[in-house]
Design a protein around this ligand. Sequence first.
Ligand code: GLV
Length: 331
Amino acid sequence: MGRKKVYVTRKFPGDGMSTLSRHCDVLLNKKSDPPSRNEILRNIAGKHGVVCMLSDRMDKEVMEAAGAQLKVISSYSTGFEHIDVKEATARGIYVTLTSDILAEATADLTFSLLLACARNLVEGDRMVRAGRWNVGWKPDLLLGTDVHGATLGIIGLGRIGSAVAKRARGFGMNILYNNRNRNLQSEHELGAKYADLDQLLSQSDFVSIHVSLNEETREIIDMSALQKMKRTAFLINTSRGQVVNERDLIVALKNKLVAGAGLDVFQKEPLSKTSPLTKMQNVVLLPHIGSASIQTRSRMGDAAVRNLLEVLEGKKPDGRFLVNPEVAEFR
Ligand code: GLV
């Protein structure tokens, strides 16, 4: 049997690419830009597997363009809203993810955003660089708010939310959480207290979102949720932009219904250069870099390659990485 053909839509750090090239014929998009829709449709034709990113829509048209030999869509991501899983399953295509490998790195970034918002880190840096630091030490220069002793409300206490809670405990914060199910382990180990969403919003000094995007979580933070938050509270989002109604958030920030926001994700990415958010002082904006550490992105690459090779070698990928175990019935 000849070598299997694989399409990789973007370069990624680590050894994964060389492992893949040892086993398969690889067509790699060498540009740092995502491939266009037409490039995907053209390049996936005849491939047995694809390693895709969350910016690559993998729908019926793409699967059709690939042909019946396509056996695996291995996404270099935790989220999978870019993949039509139902369509893939019906076609006998395994869909795999890099799962929660990014949990700790994303929790680190979440905490960075929280601290940056609380203590005016970005504004302080801007002030020094711009030559606006005119008086040495000043009793009221860039006064922020305490993190220790404050209450953090975590919406979604899965692997990332729990990793954030662990950090919050180290900082001496009180932790509230809201989740589909009670997480008794975190309640016990981290002292996290379950709260319904309204209680969490009204009692937290920082609200951090860690849910995956689905029809239940889309725009859970809208104007009515923002109005329930303390006027002194900050919203932190490193999950998906679509869980927040961005227009409502902009209105709430402008009208000081909340103190500020730390955002790594947006409804549309990249964020429009003309978005009102870019003009606001009370926000910290990042370009979707939650998992962007060398170590984590390399481990994600290793996992994406391992998942793909396992399927092409006729094995079932580890359940932790597999989105559609029911696909076995369609093969
Ligand atoms: C990042 O947002 C991911 O889903 O991997």
